[in-house]
Design a protein around this ligand. Structure first.
Ligand code: B16
Ligand code: MG
Length: 218
């Protein structure tokens, strides 16, 4: 059996934590008198924590000291972690376990490639940590998506060449990162947003076992 490397983004692919990021960023924005909308939250998908706060401050036309910036980053994460603490397996997105189990049955290496520094905690909460042969997250990279670093490290950790890797991603920056790494990109979301991916599906219920097998055999 051929071996391909299957790399999964976390937020928006395995679980929908964007709603928790939104609540935490909204609380922070409110404390600064900044109006923060769900549309703006969309633009933070796949974007690192530091960059997210920079963008919110720019939208609100605010400049703050480095000390306050650092404090707000900490506060936001604490608030976010309080939501994460309540997560369980019921929050895994539909058919993700089916695809992970199929890949395991077909003996395919699986890695996580996420921008989140909380990725390990989240995988533990939803009981999926042991499904991954490697976990690469926001703690392991120096350059955020759209830089391909996170996916290149993930490929290296599962010993698969980048061109033999397949990336599942819900963010524009993440799909660009996968393409730049010369990997096959599979967008999870809308074609209007992720048109630059090699394939796009609304969610994993649209990804058949035969499609996964065809990726392995090509
Ligand atoms: P944290 P992903 C990304 O995760 C999220 O999409 C993005 O909204 C978040 O700001 C980023 O992680 C950092 O997360 O604050 O937990 O370190 O989609 O790359 O799995
Ligand atoms: Mg994501």
């Amino acid at each position: 059996m051929n071996k391909k490397g299957f790399i999964f983004d976390l937020d928006g692919v395995i679980v929908d934590t964007a709603k928790y990021h939104f609540l935490a960023w909204q609380q922070l924005a409110k404390s600064l008198d900044i109006n923060f909308t769900e549309e703006e939250n969309e633009q933070l998908k796949g974007v690192s924590r530091v960059r997210s706060l920079e963008k919110i401050l720019a939208w609100g036309n605010k400049t703050i000291s480095q000390d306050l910036f650092d404090k707000l980053m900490g506060d936001k994460n604490e608030e976010y972690l309080s939501y994460i603490a309540e997560m369980d397996e019921s929050e895994i997105l539909p058919d993700v376990p089916r695809v992970l189990n199929l890949l395991e049955a077909l003996d395919q290496p699986i890695s996580l490639g996420s921008a989140s520094k909380n990725a390990r905690t989240i995988l533990e909460r939803v009981n999926l940590k042991s499904n991954f042969h490697a976990i690469v997250d926001g703690n392991d990279v120096s350059k955020a998506k759209p830089d391909p670093e996170v996916f290149l490290i993930a490929a290296d950790q599962i010993n698969i060449k980048p061109e033999d890797c397949i990336v599942f991603e819900d963010s524009v920056a993440g799909v660009t990162a996968a393409n730049t790494a010369h990997m096959i990109s599979i967008g999870i979301g809308s074609k209007d947003v992720l048109g630059h991916a090699n394939y796009v599906f609304n969610d994993f219920t649209e990804i058949s076992d035969d499609f996964i097998k065809s990726l392995i055999n090509n």
